[in-house]
Design a protein around this ligand. Structure first.
Ligand SMILES: [Zn+2]
Length: 595
C-alpha cells in the first residue's frame, strides 16, 4: 500500500497549514512543517498521524477516507502502460547457447540452423546462437545462422577478453543485425575464487570488452554474472561504467537460481533507479530454475521495468533449466491487463517450436508442462469437460489453438512429388545442404509414405532429425536390420550399416530385440560408451505413427544424444544409436560458461 501524500497534504492546505492545524488540536504532540516534508519525501506517514488526520478532517467538518489517497501498489505502478521503459518486451532466446548446455543436448550445425529458422518464424527478437570462443564448431554454427536468419538479431556470447570478443565479432559478421553479449562475474565469491581479480580489475576488463565489442557492432549487451550474489553498490558502479563505454542492453542474471520474485523485483527496481544512464539502455534478466522460480523471477523483473527476458524453449538449460519462453510469453499475453506489454512473438508457432527443439535435443516435454505439455489443454474431470464444452472460458484462460495446438497438419501423401516435398520443407524452415541430401530425404519420405498413408509435419521433422540433412558429416549410417524374436527364444539382430562409406555387417543376440541391435553395433564399433537413457515417443496419434527413439550415451565425461525415427521402433532404435555415436566427434574441449 502506498499513499499519495502529495495530494493528501494539498487537501489539508499545504505543509504549513497542516502542521499548524495538527498542533492546534494535539498540542501535546506538536507537528513541525519539517516533519510533514519528511512524510512527502518518504511517501508514507506514521499510522498514528493517519488517525489524527481523520480527527482533524472531522473537526473541519469533512469526511476523510485514506483509501481515497491510495496510490497504485508499486508492482502495478511499475507495469503500468505509461512506464518510462516502454511497452515492448523483447524476447531473447538462448536455447542454442544456454539450452545447449543441458547434458547431451548439443546439436549439429544443421540442427542449430533449423532451430534458429524456427525461432525467427516464432518472432524471437534476439537469438543467442552460441558462444563463438567455445569451439570452432560453435563459431561456424553462429556464422551459418547469421547468414540465414534475417529478421531476428543474431548474438554470440563472449567472456570479457579480447580473444572471445573477437571470435564473437567474426562469427556474427554476416548478420543483418548482430549483437555481442559480453559478461564477467561480479560477485565477491566469483571475483576472488574464480577470476582472481580485484573489483577494479573486473570493471576495467568489462569496460575494455564493451569498447572492443563496439568496434564490431553497435548492439552490445553486458551481463554481470552471478548478479544475484553481487554487492549492489558494485553493480551500480560496473553498470554505470559499461553504459558509458557503449553497452546498450544491461542483463542482470540469477545465474544460480537463488532469488525469489519479491527480492528480484527489488533488485532490478533499485538498479534502474540508481544506475546513471539507466534510461539509455534496455534492462534485461536471465533467470535459472533451480528453485522452480525462473519464470516468476523473470516476470517480477519485467514488473520492475526490465524489457528483455532471456529464456529458452521448453525451459531447456543446464541443471533445472532456464526460464521457459512459452510461459513468459503467454503470461504477458494472457495477463495483458496487468502487464500492458506486447512482444513480437507469433504464439501459434510455440508448439511447433517446442516439438522441434524436443525432437532435436532428445529432451522430452513433461505431459503436465504449462503451455506445451501434452496435457496442458486436456480436461480430465467431468465437471471441467462439461463446462469447457458449454463455454470454453469457464476453465480455459487461453485456447489451445492460440499456442499452436492444432490437429496434426496433414502435409503430404504417397503421391506427392519431389517438388511438393521440397516446397513443404522450405515452408517448415528445413533447408538441406545439397541436392544429394534432398534426394536422400525424398527417398526416405517415399519409404515412409508407403508404410504410413498420411505424413504430417511432425513426421517430416522426425524424418530429418536423425541425420539425413547432414549426409557429409556422418560416419555411421543405417542401412538395414533383421530381427528375430519369438517367445521363449533369445532375440537376435543382424544389422548392416555404413562406416564412412564402408559397409559393415554385425549380428548379436540380446535380452530383447533393442539390446540385440545395440550389441550388434557395438561388436563392430567398440565405442565403449555407456547407455544412459533410452526413450520412445509416438510422433503422431495411432498405431501407424512413427516411433521416435532417443538414445543417450556417455563416454569419458562427454554425453551425447542420438535420435532415430521409423514406423518400426527397433529400426528407430538402431538409427538413434548410430546417430549418437556420430555425435561423439568434435565434442572434445567443450567450454561451459555458467551464465
Ligand atoms: Zn544461464
Amino acid at each position: 500500500m502506498q499513499l499519495d501524500i502529495e495530494r493528501l497534504i494539498e487537501d489539508f492546505g499545504g505543509p504549513g497549514r497542516l502542521a499548524e492545524a495538527l498542533t492546534r488540536i494535539f498540542p501535546d504532540e506538536p507537528v513541525s512543517r519539517a516533519a510533514i516534508y519528511k512524510w512527502r519525501e518518504r511517501g508514507s506517514l506514521p499510522l498514528t498521524q493517519l488517525n489524527k488526520l481523520a480527527q482533524l478532517a472531522a473537526n473541519q467538518g469533512r469526511t476523510f477516507n485514506y483509501n481515497d489517497y491510495l496510490a497504485m501498489a508499486p508492482m502495478s505502478a511499475a507495469t503500468g502502460r505509461n512506464h518510462k521503459m516502454g511497452d515492448r518486451l523483447f524476447i531473447f532466446d538462448t536455447t542454442l547457447r544456454d539450452g545447449e548446455q543441458s547434458p547431451g543436448a548439443s546439436m549439429t550445425r544443421e540442427e542449430k540452423v533449423r532451430i534458429a529458422r524456427q525461432l525467427e518464424r516464432l518472432g524471437v527478437d534476439i537469438i543467442e546462437a552460441g558462444f563463438a570462443a567455445a569451439s570452432p564448431g560453435d563459431a561456424q554454427a553462429i556464422h551459418a545462422i547469421a547468414e540465414q536468419v534475417k529478421d531476428s538479431t543474431v548474438c554470440s556470447l563472449a567472456r570479457a577478453n579480447d580473444n572471445d570478443v573477437r571470435a564473437a565479432g567474426e562469427a556474427i559478421k554476416p548478420a543483418n543485425r548482430g549483437r555481442i553479449h559480453t559478461f564477467i562475474a561480479t560477485s565477491p565469491i566469483h571475483m576472488e575464487k574464480k577470476l582472481r581479480m580485484t573489483p577494479d580489475q573486473v570493471v576495467e576488463a568489462a569496460v575494455r570488452a564493451v569498447r572492443q565489442a563496439r568496434n564490431f557492432t553497435d548492439d552490445v549487451e553486458f551481463s554481470a554474472e552471478d548478479a544475484v550474489r553481487s554487492d549492489m553498490d558494485f553493480l551500480v558502479r560496473i553498470f554505470d561504467a559499461v553504459i558509458q563505454a557503449g553497452a546498450r542492453t544491461i542483463n542482470v542474471p540469477d545465474t544460480v537460481g537463488y532469488s525469489i520474485p519479491s527480492l528480484w523485483y527489488q533488485r532490478i527496481h533499485t538498479l534502474i533507479e540508481r544506475v546513471p544512464g539507466s534510461d539509455l539502455v534496455v534492462w534485461s534478466t536471465h533467470c535459472h530454475n533451480d528453485l522452480g522460480m525462473a519464470v516468476a523471477n523473470s516476470l517480477a523483473a519485467v514488473e520492475a521495468g526490465a524489457r528483455q527476458v532471456e529464456c529458452t524453449i521448453n525451459g531447456l538449460g543446464e541443471r533445472a533449466g532456464n526460464a521457459s519462453l512459452e510461459e513468459v510469453v503467454m503470461a504477458v499475453k494472457t495477463r495483458s491487463d496487468l502487464f500492458g506489454l506486447t512482444t513480437g512473438i507469433d504464439s501459434t508457432q510455440i508448439v511447433p517450436t517446442s516439438k522441434l527443439v524436443s525432437t532435436i535435443t532428445g529432451y522430452p516435454v513433461q505431459p503436465n508442462k504449462a503451455i506445451v505439455g501434452a496435457n496442458a489443454f486436456a480436461h480430465e474431470s467431468g465437471i471441467h469437460q462439461d463446462g469447457v464444452l458449454k463455454h470454453r472460458e469457464t476453465y480455459e484462460i487461453m485456447s489451445a489453438e492460440s499456442v499452436g495446438w492444432s490437429a496434426n497438419r496433414l502435409t503430404l501423401g504417397k503421391l506427392s512429388g519431389r517438388n511438393a516435398f521440397k516446397t513443404k520443407l522450405t515452408e517448415l524452415g528445413i533447408e538441406l545442404a545439397s541436392e544429394e541430401a534432398l534426394n536422400a530425404a525424398f527417398a526416405r519420405f517415399k519409404e515412409l509414405a508407403d508404410k504410413k498413408r498420411e505424413v504430417f509435419d511432425e513426421d517430416l521433422y522426425a524424418l530429418l532429425s536423425d541425420g539425413v540433412g547432414a549426409v557429409e558429416l556422418e560416419d555411421f549410417k543405417f542401412v538395414s536390420l533383421k530381427v528375430n524374436t519369438e517367445t521363449g527364444e533369445e532375440p537376435r539382430a543382424e544389422i548392416v550399416f555404413a562406416d564412412e562409406g564402408h559397409e559393415k555387417r554385425a549380428a548379436s543376440s540380446g535380452s530383447g530385440p533393442v539390446d540385440a541391435a545395440f550389441k550388434a553395433i557395438e561388436s563392430v564399433v567398440h565405442s565403449g560408451a555407456e547407455l544412459q537413457l533410452y526413450s520412445v515417443n509416438a510422433i503422431t496419434k495411432g498405431t501407424e505413427s512413427q516411433g521416435e527413439v532417443t538414445v543417450r550415451l556417455a563416454r569419458d565425461g562427454t554425453i551425447v544424444n542420438g535420435q532415430g525415427a521409423d514406423t518400426d521402433i527397433i529400426v528407430a532404435s538402431a538409427k538413434a544409436y548410430l546417430s549418437a555415436l556420430n555425435k561423439f566427434h568434435g565434442k572434445e574441449n567443450w567450454l561451459n560458461p555458467q551464465l
